[in-house]
Write a protein that binds this ligand. Structure first.
Ligand code: ADP
Ligand code: ZN
Ligand code: MG
Length: 475
């Protein structure tokens, strides 16, 4: 019987709130160390926490998006431990009464979707960040107290690929719900991984290890592949897996022992005495449910039905909520969904990926793109010149008509000008001209291309073709 892995994830997500979980300090990233702090998030004795209701709302929204049961009564607890990143020696977290229970997230291709069950989602405070320099260390408390949501899965994932896909899909849901900035470089999503192996697919799970120091989704994938290989090798040589926490060494590509796993009772959880339990009415939960955005999978299906788009287009356009919104806003103005899809999927997305930019920060507006597409469709500007105009709009914004006028890109249907370019194209390329005359019709396409080039994309291609044919056929 071959080996199967069981993987469970504990995903930490920093919520998109302006202020911290229990104080008014800002959560923005990148300020000089220890400039966004107060007695509460520094953990000074006697400072009293005040609950951030927006963090509660975002956690409940996540639970609703993922099909969880929302607890009408939940509570914060103190998780006690000693470590320099937490000077009050406990982290405010949730233990046995989390905000959300159950739920699932589906992964896998259409027709072979698999439901990955969630165990719980709870809310806690992020801890400070340790900085290491040569032979000394420092601590930055700017991050301390940032609202941190922890999503815990059941051990339903089976391969490193599935774990990677789960994280990518989860990230998409969190972006759609505007739950988190989801910026991986800034540590908005961090993940601990639990993994075990067993013979076959059924029966008791094997002993697991927990992997830490995974900074990217690719790191998760690589660490899992290495750890699964290690566990199988240990078991096949007659050894036993020790339940422990292991650190991923990315440079060496191996996991290394870090510490034996602490037990839950080591943390001596007890209810946080300085905060009231969280009571949510059924009405409040329904109000939030009504605010849920349409999720990517549902939107993809709707795009195919409503706009008659190919599955492929719908998948690309809905992968990012901003892009999908931009597409729909443009179509509302100019119709022509397939044209809009083509322009967005090629020119706009290429520009975004080249710049590493997001669509929300572009100077291009849906109204400008709609106007440009209409101009191209109506033949006032050629498709080629349209791309030049769009490049300008992506860079600087403004109105397509202005750019067309300023660059002299309006399509030219003037017979004399087209005759001139056609004559030039034939004179400069006698080879293709001769081929066309000898019966090779395809050579005409080349010459049309030359006219477009000579006219900098302005020539009306239909008129150019007619003019070339007339001249070539005449001898
Ligand atoms: P711990 O007691 O170590 O905190 P939990 O039972 O609370 O373990 O589960 C923590 C995470 O580990 C969850 O994501 C869960 O799915 C996963 N997990 C639990 N048991 C296993 C196992 N045998 N193999 C793989 N993952 C597991
Ligand atoms: Zn503070
Ligand atoms: Mg546990």
């Amino acid at each position: 019987m071959s080996w199967t892995a069981a993987i469970g994830l504990e995903v930490h997500v920093q919520l998109r709130t302006a202020s911290k979980m229990f104080c008014g300090c800002p959560t923005s990233f990148g300020a000089p160390p220890n400039t966004q702090v107060c007695p509460v998030c520094l953990g000074l004795p006697g400072a009293m926490p005040v609950m951030n209701l927006e963090a509660i709302r975002l956690t409940v929204m996540t639970g609703l998006l993922l099909g969880c049961r929302i607890a009408t009564r939940s509570r914060f607890d103190r998780k006690n431990y000693f470590y320099p990143d937490m000077p009050k020696n406990y982290q405010i977290s949730q233990y046995d009464q989390p905000l959300c229970l159950g739920g699932a997230l589906d992964i896998g291709p259409a027709g072979a979707r698999r439901s990955i069950r969630l165990r719980r989602i709870h809310l806690e405070e992020d801890v400070a960040k340790s900085l290491h320099y040569g032979n000394s260390s420092g601590i930055d408390f700017n991050r301390a107290g940032t609202p941190l949501m922890e999503i815990v899965t059941e051990p339903d994932l089976r391969t490193p690929e599935e774990a990677h896909e789960f994280l990518t899909e989860l990230q998409r849901v969190l972006e759609y719900g505007r739950i988190s900035e989801c910026n991986l470089e800034e540590g908005n999503i961090r993940c601990d991984v639990n993994v075990s192996v067993r013979r076959g697919e059924d029966g008791a799970l094997g002993t697991k290890t927990e992997l830490k120091n995974l900074n990217t989704f690719r790191g998760v994938h690589r660490a899992l592949a290495a750890e699964i290989r290690r566990q199988i090798a240990v078991l096949e040589s007659g050894g036993r897996i020790v339940q422990e926490t292991r650190r991923w060494n990315d440079a060496a590509g191996v996991t290394e022992p870090m510490r034996t796993k602490e037990e839950e009772h080591d943390y001596r959880y007890f209810p946080e005495p300085d905060l009231m339990p969280i009571e949510l009415s059924a009405e409040q939960i329904e109000v939030w449910r009504a605010e849920l955005p349409e999720l990517p999978a549902a939107r993809r299906v709707r795009f195919v039905a409503q706009y008659s788009l190919p599955e492929y287009d719908a998948g690309v356009l809905t992968a990012d909520r901003g892009v999908a919104d931009f597409f729909e806003a443009t179509v509302r103005i100019c119709g022509r969904p397939k044209s809009v899809s083509n322009w967005v999927m090629t020119e706009v997305l290429r520009f975004l990926s080249e710049r590493g930019a997001t669509i929300g920060h572009l100077p291009l507006t849906p109204a400008a793109l709609a106007e440009l597409i209409t101009a191209v469709e109506e033949g006032r500007v050629s498709a080629l010149a349209g791309k030049e105009v769009l490049a300008d709009l992506l860079e600087r914004g403004g109105s397509p008509e202005d750019v067309i006028r300023a660059k002299g890109l309006a399509q030219v249907s003037d017979d004399a000008a087209i005759a001139e370019w056609a004559a030039q194209a034939i004179a400069q390329h006698p080879g293709p001209a001769a081929e066309y005359r000898a019966g090779k019709a395809a050579a005409l396409q080349f010459l049309i291309g030359q006219v477009m080039k000579l006219s900098r994309g302005r020539a009306n291609p239909k008129l150019a073709a007619a003019e070339l044919r007339k001249r070539l056929d005449a001898g």
